[in-house]
Design a protein around this ligand. Structure first.
Ligand code: 13P
Length: 268
């Protein structure tokens, strides 16, 4: 059973999808979800050019939906054509930023060192870093999942202070499960998330590790969300495909709310 103190975070990663009118229509369509009491932290991550559209629409409607970016440059300003910094994201009053998504590692050669630098700068600016880790299919088949994930975690969090850990989110996204419809089996997803927590305990102590939210991502949808979200070490989802349609994202948020309220009852 997921830890109630940590709460659930459900984040839609829209990748390079959606136009301005689609973002506006999506947010209008999602509003009814928040009419019922919503305990889950709900978030969307649009493209850079649509961040301010999303923020304005949410503000106008008074929704508790959070907005985060999908990436940022770690340097604060300078001659870096085409880049966007933490200063720019902070100015938009964003909740946070995805860092080290496997698509950024794969197509833009993003390294663990860069992800570590970005994590530190995001924290410095009060942005929630959502740090993505996960193994490739070949690495899983070779039996290297644990080594790969532990190395990514160790490097991403290097040099941080234990006090900073609760202000971070880790997303475990096995690369072979992203956009493939092949979800990681629930016990295995929980095992890797627990492994991450154990590694964070070794680096920063139990208090920090127990406060850390760890999301699962990779073909999460309404058929598998309830089981995944009910696990001891999974504190939410990072959702691609199923976050693009308002109905399926709304359903996922409702499921997460249900899981949270069942567990609140169980704790009482
Ligand atoms: P899918 O949910 O489409 O598998 O994507 C997951 C993902 O990459 C979220 O960041």
């Amino acid at each position: 059973m997921a830890n109630m103190q940590r709460g659930l975070l459900m984040a839609g990663n829209w990748k390079m999808f959606k136009t301005r009118s689609e973002v506006e229509a999506f947010i209008l369509g999602l509003a009814p979800v928040f009419q019922k009491s919503s305990q889950v932290e709900a978030m969307v991550c649009p493209s850079f050019t649509l961040l301010s559209t999303a923020q304005k629409t949410i503000k106008r409607m008074g929704l508790p939906l959070k907005v985060s970016a999908q990436n940022m440059e770690y340097r604060e300003e300078g001659a870096f054509t085409g880049e966007v910094s933490a200063i720019h994201l902070k100015e938009l009053e964003l909740r946070g930023v995805l860092l080290g998504h496997s698509e950024r590692r794969q197509y833009y050669n993003e390294t663990d060192v860069a992800i570590n630098q970005k994590t530190k700068v995001a924290l410095q600016y009060g942005l929630l870093p959502i740090v993505c880790v996960g193994e490739l299919l070949e690495q899983r088949q070779a039996g290297n999942t644990d080594t790969v994930v532990i190395e990514q975690i160790t490097k991403a969090l290097e040099g941080l202070d234990a006090k900073q850990i609760p202000a971070i989110v880790i997303a475990y996204e096995p690369v072979w499960a992203i956009g493939t419809g092949k979800v990681c089996e629930t016990p295995e997803a929980n095992r890797v998330c627990k492994l991450i927590r154990t590694q964070v305990t070794a680096q920063f102590g139990a208090d920090a590790a127990n406060a850390l939210r760890i999301l699962y991502g990779g073909s999460m949808n309404n058929a598998n969300a309830e089981a995944l979200l009910s696990q001891s070490d999974i504190d939410g989802g990072l959702i691609g495909g199923a976050s693009l349609k308002v109905d399926s994202f709304a359903e996922l948020l409702n499921t997460a709310n249900q899981v949270m309220s069942q567990q609140t009852v169980a704790v009482v």
